[in-house]
Write a protein that binds this ligand. Structure first.
Ligand SMILES: *[C@@H]1O[C@H](CO)[C@@H](O)[C@H](O)[C@H]1NC(C)=O
Ligand SMILES: *[C@@H]1O[C@H](CO)[C@@H](O)[C@H](O)[C@H]1NC(C)=O
Ligand SMILES: *[C@@H]1O[C@H](CO)[C@@H](O)[C@H](O)[C@H]1NC(C)=O
Ligand SMILES: *[C@@H]1O[C@H](CO)[C@@H](O)[C@H](O)[C@H]1NC(C)=O
Ligand SMILES: *[C@@H]1O[C@H](CO)[C@@H](O)[C@H](O)[C@H]1NC(C)=O
Ligand SMILES: *[C@@H]1O[C@H](CO)[C@@H](O)[C@H](O)[C@H]1NC(C)=O
Ligand SMILES: *[C@@H]1O[C@H](CO)[C@@H](O)[C@H](O)[C@H]1NC(C)=O
Ligand SMILES: *[C@@H]1O[C@H](CO)[C@@H](O)[C@H](O)[C@H]1NC(C)=O
Length: 472
């Protein structure tokens, strides 16, 4: 479906030009710029000129010199073997507007649907963060670090998923003589679902292998529900699976279910949503901390902690209330995962394995999608959220929420406590706020779900306006 979509977008622009080996030149590849920041407590945040690239799997892929022949490994003329196939196929550039990707400064907006002349078509973009060299993926090493971003989920209804996550892809996209395009054309995708994709690392997938790697879902959400889920695998880096190793049983190479924390699923049904403690009708900041047992970046990952900041109010992740074992659970740690009976998570080494992956470095991805198979019920329906189990039908979403979109902005990471600044925005209350912020960072505030910051009303409005300006 994605290929067809791309084909439709590219066909009107067909002009025959020359080819460099395996990189098509019909559509130039111009990566949308997205400023990100790296922060330290002492030095503050420094902007970096990073950019985005969309997946090779969603691109127009055609025979070299024959733009009308779509490159498909089942074509035995083009693809008698993997090496010949890779040599015979060229990956095209993408016009990012045509796949619903728009960036401005530090903000990225992704749309689920776009008009196609007759109506709407699903574009469902997925993009990865490239480093400042514009050629390799940025590798984030987040152990004993903190990752923050601002998000607007107000245009994401039931069944939508606006995701921000990490996969342990290879920085170069597994660039090689057979795959000269590499990360600059979005090759090398993998995740813990071990999908059987047509191409893997720029080579045709001729034996139904799955593309696997450790995955850390920092954020999968719409305006009704949100989940944070580590998914460890039994191998480092990006690797392929075959047969049962690609599946969900005890032979599985990756933990497809993960040990996820969704406040509604944990029994706190009034925490996240329109008009709730985290009010999804307006933007907010999401802070995620990857804490270790010895507070060092070489240590073992022991906790993934979440907090939110909205209009100057710092909100701790909700304490869960459901069931005796889950009482007082407000964070992802060993107790939480044991209480959830996350068995394949435990089998694959749990947080320790996830932490080792975060230490080696992972690639940051953004996506917006619907799910035909399960209507995203695992995220927002039944025990997971307030949505009906049919409201996530992609056809219903297209009819009722044609403007579905998500905006991520001000993406930043660095030392614990360095990525959010309650003190600078608020002037005279700074001392109190500093104390509260460091209490939160140090984990000393555990009982209060919400820390109200002592601010004058006018000041709050000023902060809100600054915040909105940052987003625009
Ligand atoms: C916090 O404020 C300091 C000093 O103004 C600044 O250097 C730093 O970039 C700010 N950090 C964030 C995350 O906004
Ligand atoms: C298979 O590839 C050959 C060589 O490029 C091409 O001529 C032919 O049309 C392709 N077949 C299909 C079904 O696309
Ligand atoms: C299947 O193909 C992959 C490359 O996609 C290769 O690494 C693997 O060895 C192949 N397995 C078999 C059994 O041929
Ligand atoms: C993998 O995908 C190919 C191409 O879509 C398909 O023919 C094959 O049956 C799939 N294999 C498995 C094991 O699902
Ligand atoms: C935050 O501020 C914005 C802009 O003033 C306002 O529209 C929104 O209702 C506020 N949200 C919350 C949860 O206070
Ligand atoms: C890690 O830091 C926290 C918060 O500052 C502190 O409470 C804890 O004792 C430290 N742990 C170690 C092993 O140093
Ligand atoms: C986990 O398993 C235990 C023992 O089988 C069971 O008593 C408990 O209810 C389960 N907890 C959850 C959250 O499923
Ligand atoms: C939705 O729930 C109803 C009632 O429990 C059930 O009969 C139906 O099969 C479910 N539909 C889907 C798509 O999950």
């Amino acid at each position: 479906m994605r290929l067809t979509t791309q084909l439709a977008a590219v066909l009107p622009h067909l002009v025959v030009l020359s080819y460099s080996q395996q990189i098509g030149t019909l559509v130039p590849e111009v990566h949308p710029k997205l400023t990100t920041q790296v922060c330290t407590r002492a030095g503050g945040c420094v902007s970096r000129q990073t950019s985005l690239v969309t997946d090779a799997l969603s691109r127009f892929f055609h025979a070299v010199g024959e733009p009308s022949v779509s490159c498909n490994p089942v074509n035995a003329t083009l693809c008698p073997d993997a090496a010949t196939c890779a040599r015979s196929c060229a990956l095209e550039g993408v016009e990012y507007g045509s796949i619903g990707v728009l960036t401005k400064g530090s903000a990225l907006t992704m749309r689920q649907f776009l008009p196609n002349g007759q109506g709407l078509q699903a574009v469902s973009p997925r993009v990865s963060l490239l480093a400042e060299d514009d050629e390799n993926y940025e590798l984030l090493k987040l152990v004993n670090q903190e990752f923050s971003f601002d998000v607007d989920v107000s245009q994401l209804g039931c069944g939508m998923n606006g995701a921000l996550y990490l996969s342990e892809m290879e920085a170069s996209g597994v660039r090689s003589d057979s795959n000269p395009a590499g990360a600059a054309y979005g090759t090398g995708y993998c995740d813990a679902q071990c999908f059987n994709t047509t191409w893997i690392n720029g080579m045709p997938n001729l034996n139904s292998s799955g593309a696997c790697c450790n995955e850390m879902d920092i954020w999968e959400a719409n305006s009704l529900a949100t989940a944070t889920t580590p998914h460890p695998c039994n191998e480092a880096g990006s690797f392929t699976c075959e047969g049962a190793a690609c599946g969900r049983t005890n032979a599985g190479a990756c933990d497809k279910d993960g040990c996820g924390l969704n406040p509604f699923g944990a029994g706190v049904k009034n925490f996240y949503g329109p008009g709730m403690t985290v009010d999804t009708r307006s933007p907010f900041t999401v802070v995620t901390q990857f804490l270790t047992s010895d507070n060092s970046s070489a240590g073992t990952l022991s906790e993934i902690r979440r907090m939110y900041i909205q209009n100057g109010t710092v909100v701790q992740q909700s304490p869960a209330t459901q069931g005796p074992q889950l009482e007082a659970i407000s964070t992802i740690d060993q107790n939480f995962c044991s209480a959830k009976n996350a068995s394949s998570f435990e089998r694959l080494g749990g947080l320790e394995t996830m932490g080792a992956s975060l230490q080696r470095g992972m690639v940051l991805l953004f996506s917006i999608w619907t799910s035909q198979g399960d209507f995203m019920n695992w995220l927002d329906s039944g025990s997971a959220g307030p949505c009906s189990n049919i409201s996530g039908n992609p056809e219903t979403i297209m009819a009722e929420n044609p403007d579905a979109s998500v905006t991520f902005s001000n993406i930043r990471w660095g030392e614990i406590g360095s990525t959010f600044n309650t003190s600078t925005t608020i002037g005279s209350g700074a001392a109190v706020l500093d104390a509260q912020a460091s209490a939160l960072e140090a984990g000393r505030v555990t009982s209060n779900a919400v820390v109200r910051l002592p601010l004058a009303h006018g000041l709050l409005v000023a902060i809100a306006i600054t915040f909105m300006k940052l987003l625009l």
